[in-house]
Write a protein that binds this ligand. Structure first.
Ligand code: ZN
Length: 336
């Protein structure tokens, strides 16, 4: 364990107390962001000076991804009951502010990553938000907003999303659909005991400027999974070894055909074996190895990487906090 007195992090963390989502008692532990920040400080991984406070995204930023009609409904509190139900979190104007802030945090983290190789936002990763609606606890797609904003500012032209949340990144896939081509099986993983009924698929070619990778449990929300550039549809109860092999495979395959200016890593904690909304069998150690793998690949190829947290619903919230904190520890170890 790293102790207090170690040098400051070689990168910044983006965090605000206002990342808290005012959704009351909910399976989504909205207090996790503050708990992760506190854990990082109490364990000496980070100091107060390592944290940057984000500003909310502007409406113009949000409109780079989301439809004006949807943004208008959010700002005026005029979602239909069905639209609110689909979001699965209770609407409030405070919640709208929290999502605008999450998007601002992702913009800041992406900018920081370009100058410091890596940056972690202790929040964000709302990958189930679509241009015209929210679902699955996600109102605004903060990562997509960050990519579009940096493209608009000519800071990047291409990006790759690497989504390791247990749930498929349906919003991400829909937003960056690009040109659809016939999908082909990923090359098989040598040494893997995994023999999925439905082999992982990869689109044959990619003409878009954002390449999307999603590793997720096949038998889980969302029921309909719009095609990502690479979808790895994992069978139930897959463990550390096979998961890491497929991640390595997907990253290699993706980076063979696409050179991103930025990697947006969506580091969901819900592939964890004790997650209430996930059915994979990863350990806390395996999840840290997952983070290290993404960071090592990004570092070796000199591609900046920004990180967001997405889901995490462990029975014991302290486990979710450990998994998210370990993502920062892994980044510190790889980038120091
Ligand atoms: Zn999830």
């Amino acid at each position: 364990m790293l102790s207090a007195g170690f040098p400051m992090l070689p990168f910044k963390l983006v965090y605000s107390d206002a990342y808290y989502l005012p959704i009351g008692s909910h399976v989504f532990p909205a207090e996790k962001y503050r708990l992760v920040r506190d854990r990082l400080i109490s364990t000496g991984v980070a100091e107060k000076e390592d944290f940057l406070e984000p500003q909310p995204a502007t409406d113009q930023d949000i409109l780079l991804v989301h439809k004006p009609e949807y943004v208008q409904k959010l700002k005026t509190g005029t979602l239909s009951p069905r639209e609110e139900m689909e979001m699965e979190i209770p609407y409030s104007s405070d919640l709208v502010e929290a999502f605008w802030l999450a998007a601002g945090g992702s913009i800041l983290a992406a900018r920081q990553a370009l100058s410091e190789k890596v940056c972690v936002s202790i929040g964000g990763g709302f990958h189930h938000a679509f241009p015209d609606h929210g679902e699955g606890f996600c109102m605004i797609h903060d990562v997509a907003v960050a990519i579009r904003r940096l493209q608009r500012d000519d800071k990047i032209s291409t990006a790759m999303t690497v989504d390791c949340d247990v749930h498929q990144g349906n919003g991400t896939a829909a937003i960056f659909a690009g040109t659809r081509t016939e999908s082909v099986p990923l090359p098989s993983v040598s040494g893997s005991t995994l023999n999925p009924a439905r082999p992982p698929r990869m689109r044959g070619a990619h003409a878009g400027e954002v390449f999307t990778i999603s590793l997720h449990q096949h038998n889980n929300y969302p029921l309909y999974k719009p095609p990502s550039s690479i979808d790895v549809d994992l069978p139930d109860a897959i463990g550390d070894h096979d998961y890491l092999a497929w991640l390595d495979n997907a990253l290699s395959s993706g980076l063979r055909q696409f050179e991103p200016d930025l990697i947006c890593y969506i580091a969901g904690a819900d592939p964890y074996r004790e997650d209430q909304l996930g059915g994979l069998d990863l350990t806390i150690e395996g999840l840290k190895k997952r983070d290290e793998l993404v960071f090592r690949v990004a570092r070796a190829r000199k591609i900046p990487v920004m990180v967001t947290y997405a889901g995490g619903y462990a029975q014991n919230v302290e486990d979710t906090v450990t998994i998210h904190s370990n993502t920062v520890v892994a980044a510190k170890e790889v980038f120091s």
